[in-house]
Design a protein around this ligand. Structure first.
Ligand SMILES: Nc1ncnc2c1ncn2[C@@H]1O[C@H](COP(=O)(O)OP(=O)(O)OP(=O)(O)O)[C@@H](O)[C@H]1O
Ligand SMILES: *[C@@H]1O[C@H](CO)[C@@H](O)[C@H](O)[C@H]1NC(C)=O
Ligand SMILES: *[C@@H]1O[C@H](CO)[C@@H](O)[C@H](O)[C@H]1NC(C)=O
Length: 444
């Protein structure tokens, strides 16, 4: 297997390795080699399922061949000597383990077939062929690897390499090496500042835009749920790609093109090419609306941005917007937010504060506010000192605030609001603002 990353040769070798494993799997599927003594063949049903997945994978490999797949990256050799770090998560088909690569290669997530997962177990109950069932599940992981090789985007978990151990049981020998993430905790996300929740939704929208116009065509995530995503450095990334499809539903007439959801359905058009127009894009977008936007976008947003967010929710919830318009609408909200244009005209309050440049206060626990960036005190993202003054005036405990160089992802400064000014220490990059009324007559 190729070890060099990023080269075309590496990409080609990776593809060849994948195709040769395919051939091997096909051979074994044909021969059987499992089941009761005297019965050399796999159950016909299982054989058919295996062939179906094989065809799927071959189609994907063929579609990817012309393009510029990324290099093979890490291979089996790099995993030898990796130390395990416990299970990060598991689903019906796959199990994901944390591992530390030898030689300071860092921490990664290793994805492999989940032998005790529902997919393999149900297949075993049905066909009584453990090895064949593992192979069936292995195809899903192979498909994921093939997709991740071709699809590179900040919203897609990065494939750092893979290992195909074609000796022994092929089902057990597929390992995808992924960048390490943290499973998505929706409850936790609901407690983070609006700016962070908006970032997640914006990241998702950009991912859906990429999927709609991907090098493999418009891709739909058939199983679209928060558990298919992980967080890497505060960014949302999809990790489960085995249920992704590049096929758009075929049709004869408009009636064949109804997009159904539990509480809603949308009639779509059948194109002259016999495909339901935009069905993949629309399915992704409505799922983003129902699983992410409705929870993460609206609450505690800056009031002046609420109408824009309501419009996004309404337009995606009714599929009036396609993904292009949704991206535009999100970018507009981001622009309004970054430029401070959302701030309503307010009385100027900063003049009530004395600014001490080149100082900050000693860090100490202070009063809390919501949604603070720090659990020790009240640390908020602000547009300007003027906005910070308005916030301080609105909080009864607030007597001062400090601006440091700390920035959020949008480039806005973080301000720390405090009740009692403690000792000042020099800090060239900070400014302390103290309420004049709080300095109790003392002239500073
Ligand atoms: N790169 C990663 N870093 C950390 N955790 C991850 C990573 N990739 C996946 N996980 C965790 O492992 C779980 C299982 O992965 P994955 O969703 O690919 O398996 P699956 O069997 O297809 O799941 P499902 O049954 O939901 O379709 C995920 O829900 C996620 O919590
Ligand atoms: C969008 O707004 C219209 C008109 O107010 C309303 O009838 C419709 O239910 C809204 N749709 C969603 C998804 O909120
Ligand atoms: C959406 O944007 C993409 C990329 O810019 C473009 O190719 C496509 O035609 C646009 N689609 C629509 C419906 O405007």
């Amino acid at each position: 297997m190729a070890a060099a990353g990023g080269t075309r040769r590496g990409a080609l070798l990776a593809l060849l390795a994948l195709l040769s494993l395919l051939a091997l799997l096909a051979l074994r599927a044909g021969q059987g080699g499992e089941g009761r003594a005297g019965s050399p063949r796999l159950p016909p049903g299982l054989l058919e399922e295996l062939r179906q997945r094989q065809r799927d994978l071959r189609r994907l490999a063929a579609a990817a061949e012309g393009g510029q797949a990324e290099g093979a990256g890490l291979g089996c050799g790099d995993l030898r000597g990796a130390t395990g770090g416990g299970v990060l998560g598991s689903g019906f088909t796959k199990v994901v383990q944390r591992a530390a690569l030898p030689g300071g290669g860092g921490a990664v997530a290793l994805k492999s077939v989940h032998g005790a997962g529902r997919e393999v177990r149900q297949c075993e109950q049905r066909y009584g062929a453990p090895a064949g069932c593992r192979r069936l599940a292995a195809y899903k992981l192979l498909k994921e690897v093939a997709l991740l090789q071709r699809l590179r985007h900040p919203g897609i978990v990065q494939l750092r390499g893979h290992c195909l151990d074609s000796g022994g049981d092929p089902g057990a020998g597929v390992t995808a090496v992924l960048e390490l993430g943290a499973p998505l905790e929706m409850i936790q996300l609901l407690q983070t500042p609006w700016e962070e929740r908006f970032k997640i939704c914006l990241g998702l929208v950009k991912l859906l835009f990429y999927l709609a116009h991907s090098p493999l065509g418009s891709i739909v995530l058939l199983d679209f749920q928060p558990r298919q995503f992980v967080m890497v450095d505060g960014n949302l990334k999809v990790t489960d790609m085995d249920d992704a499809s590049t096929e758009e539903l075929s049709c004869k007439e408009d009636n064949d093109c109804t997009l159904d959801f539990p509480a809603k359905s949308f009639p779509l058009k059948c194109s002259s090419a016999g495909k339901c127009e935009g069905i993949n894009e629309k399915k992704n977008l409505f799922n983003a609306y129902r699983y992410f936007f409705t929870y993460l976008l609206p609450h505690s947003a800056p009031p002046a941005l609420q109408p824009f967010l309501s419009d996004i929710l309404n337009a995606t919830g009714d599929l009036r917007y396609g993904i292009n318009e949704t991206v535009t609408a999100f970018e507009k909200v981001l622009h309004l937010y970054k430029s401070g244009l959302y701030l309503q005209k307010r009385p100027l309050l900063l003049k009530e504060y004395i600014a001490l440049k080149g100082f900050r206060t000693v860090e100490a626990e202070d009063y809390k506010c919501w949604p603070s960036y720090s659990h020790l005190g009240c640390l908020l993202s602000i547009h300007s000192p003027e906005e910070a003054a308005a916030i301080c005036n609105s909080q009864s405990q607030c007597q001062s605030f400090i601006l440091t160089q700390q920035r959020t992802w949008t480039g806005r400064p973080l301000a720390s609001f405090q009740s009692s000014p403690t000792d000042l220490i020099p800090d060239a990059n900070a400014v302390v603002y103290i309420k004049r009324s709080a300095s109790s007559g003392k002239r500073l």
